[in-house]
Design a protein around this ligand. Structure first.
Ligand SMILES: Nc1ncnc2c1ncn2[C@@H]1O[C@H](COP(=O)(O)OP(=O)(O)OP(=O)(O)O)[C@@H](O)[C@H]1O
Ligand SMILES: [Mg+2]
Length: 370
């Protein structure tokens, strides 16, 4: 073995030079002038392994260094494997030039193969890991910047909507004053009603942007009163559809929460009921029931319109899901968000007889600070 090692040592310069000439390397490879030094390091590694001055762990370190280098320049992995095999073949061919004992030769070939196999496996798996983590980093970067942009867009939209809402509120206020001062002035009712509708839409967007309506004030809400207000707000629509609104509301029922938000929910659900009843012939009914039992407040709003197909039922609370030509698909999404922020639940069942939305709240609702 000593003789064989000395032989390899003697021919090192020639083999490294042959390797330098035959190695496959791209013109753009920043390491192209030094890549043969990796070949030399491999050659010396084999020698030291023969002399038992090097372990497989040391080979792994060299493999990691080369893999990191190869990862920095975008190499073709096939070229890399080719070059490692070239190094191995050059050494094996060289050994044929000597005249060694068959036992020593076989032993040497086994050791050379051990060295190169460990090197190749470690280098390739390290290279693959590095490539994968680069890709994961790039993906993360793209996702992050995409999210940032969406957040900025959302903030812009909500601040725009918010700016919009302030003058709207004063226009509504002044229109009402105008009506008080000149009760016979035509069109003012229509103007005020349209402004309310606009205000409702704007509030819906604000609620989606999660900023909510400012200022927000949690309060005890009497549900009978709130439904009366909601029905009077929707009255033009109710008259247009010719719907019969049937209320069974326990006068004592109260909720603690954000009045504007809960009202928004009721408007959304009743508006949807009116939309579906609009196309119905015969008696059109919206039934509202509110009662308390076992520490739970239950509110149900149902209508006898065309049912929601079972395959669409799981989608109705998704944002932007709509089957209406002019719908935004935000009504039920916003409603569910609001109910959940009030620690409640909302569900929907639909059959030929009726479509029913049921909301449940624990009677003692404590809202989180916004
Ligand atoms: N009472 C109902 N009866 C039948 N279908 C309903 C009922 N309520 C909701 N839907 C269905 O659920 C969909 C989503 O309702 P949602 O209120 O979220 O949006 P939208 O009414 O379409 O639009 P928007 O409320 O934003 O104007 C509706 O398009 C409709 O298909
Ligand atoms: Mg709706």
């Amino acid at each position: 073995m000593e003789e064989l090692t000395a032989f390899l040592e003697k021919h090192e310069a020639r083999i490294v030079e042959t390797f330098r000439k035959r190695v496959v390397v791209s013109e753009h490879d920043q390491f192209k002038d030094t890549i043969h030094l990796n070949g030399r390091a491999m050659y010396r590694m084999v020698l030291r392994y023969f002399r038992e001055q090097m372990t497989l762990e040391d080979i792994k370190q060299l493999a990691y260094k080369v893999a990191a280098e190869r990862n920095r320049v975008d190499i073709n992995i096939g070229d890399f494997v080719h070059n490692v095999c070239l190094g191995r073949n050059l050494i094996l061919e060289l050994l044929q030039e000597g005249s060694f004992e068959p036992d020593a030769l076989v032993n040497a070939i086994i050791k050379i193969n051990e060295c190169f196999d460990v090197f190749l496996v470690q280098a390739i798996s390290r290279y693959t890991d590095l490539k994968n983590s680069d890709l994961a980093e790039k993906k993360q970067f793209i996702e992050r910047s995409h999210k940032d942009r969406l957040t900025i867009l959302g903030q812009m939209a909500s601040s725009f909507v918010h700016e919009f809402r302030n003058p709207l509120t004063s226009i509504i206020g002044f229109s009402k004053l105008l009506k008080e001062d000149y009760p016979d002035l035509p069109y003012v009712d229509i103007i005020v009603n349209e402004l309310y509708q606009l205000n409702f839409r704007v509030s819906q967007f604000l609620l989606v942007s999660k900023k909510g309506i400012i200022p927000r004030k949690s309060e005890v809400i009497n549900l009978q009163q709130l439904f009366e207000e909601t029905i009077s707000f929707l009255n033009p629509n109710i008259v247009d559809v010719n719907a019969d609104i049937q209320c069974v509301i326990d006068a004592e029922c109260e909720l603690t929460g954000y009045r504007d938000e809960i009202k928004q929910v009721f408007i959304n659900i009743i508006s949807n009921a009116l939309d579906v009843l609009y196309r119905k012939n015969g008696k059109k009914v919206v039934a509202i029931e509110v009662f308390q039992h076992d520490g739970t407040t239950e509110i149900s709003i149902s209508n006898n319109g065309v049912p929601i197909p079972p395959d669409l039922l799981p989608l109705i609370f998704e944002p932007f899901f709509t089957t209406k030509e002019l719908g935004t698909g935000l009504g039920l999404y916003v409603s569910k968000e609001i109910i959940e922020r009030h620690a409640g639940t909302i569900t929907c069942e639909s059959s030929e007889e009726s479509t029913r939305f049921t909301m449940q709240f624990s009677s003692e609702i404590v809202r989180e600070a916004p």
